[in-house]
Design a protein. Structure first.
Length: 183
């Protein structure tokens, strides 16, 4: 993303976010795939006794099918999460919508924004991603899952995050300056 973020249009989190979501959800599929390959290699190399060959063959195929099914679910569910999570800047608030089954939309007025944080794990740096967090005035109870905060986006393209951070800080400072009345 280069430059300003258009107003009143929901924006995606960036294409790298989709692949990050896939990588988070595909671990079980890869485990089943590796197990299927190990059994198949052991069978081919003669490490399995003759009386257990048919069980090993069936087991490796079952694990392979589970792996493919699991990976397909990871790709589909990641796509759904990616398509249903977006943000928008309006004239007076930052809006975030997310949720596949339970659609949520949050609006955070610029005047309530205290701080905007971007953090990046090693994995996120490799993928060009960042965690985006808006701290607001009046945040009280912390949910158990820190990603459940209204102003938290667990992964988005780092360049989009930087442009969004700068824009939110600019807008928050403008609203706070306008609200201060001289005595």
């Amino acid at each position: 993303m280069n430059g300003a973020i258009p107003e009143n249009i929901f924006q995606s989190l960036g294409s790298s976010t989709y692949w990050f979501l896939v990588s988070k959800k595909s671990s079980p599929g890869f485990v089943f795939l590796i197990l299927a390959l190990i059994i198949a290699i052991m069978r081919a190399q003669g490490f399995i006794a003759t009386q257990f060959l048919s069980i090993a063959r069936t087991g490796s195929w079952v694990l392979f099918v589970i792996a493919i099914f699991s990976l397909a679910i990871a790709f589909i569910s990641s796509g759904l999460v990616y398509r249903t999570t977006a943000f928008m800047l309006t004239s007076d608030a930052f809006k975030l919508k997310r949720g596949v089954f339970k659609n949520e939309e949050f609006a955070i007025p610029y005047r309530q924004i205290q701080n905007v944080e971007i953090s990046r794990t090693i994995g996120q740096r490799i993928l060009g991603l960042a965690r985006f967090e808006i701290e607001t005035a009046g945040e009280e109870n912390e949910p158990e899952d820190k990603d459940e905060f209204e102003g938290v986006i667990s992964a988005m393209d780092a360049k989009v995050a930087e442009v969004l951070r700068d824009e939110l800080i600019r807008r928050a400072n403008i609203q706070k300056t306008v609200e201060v009345k001289p005595v």
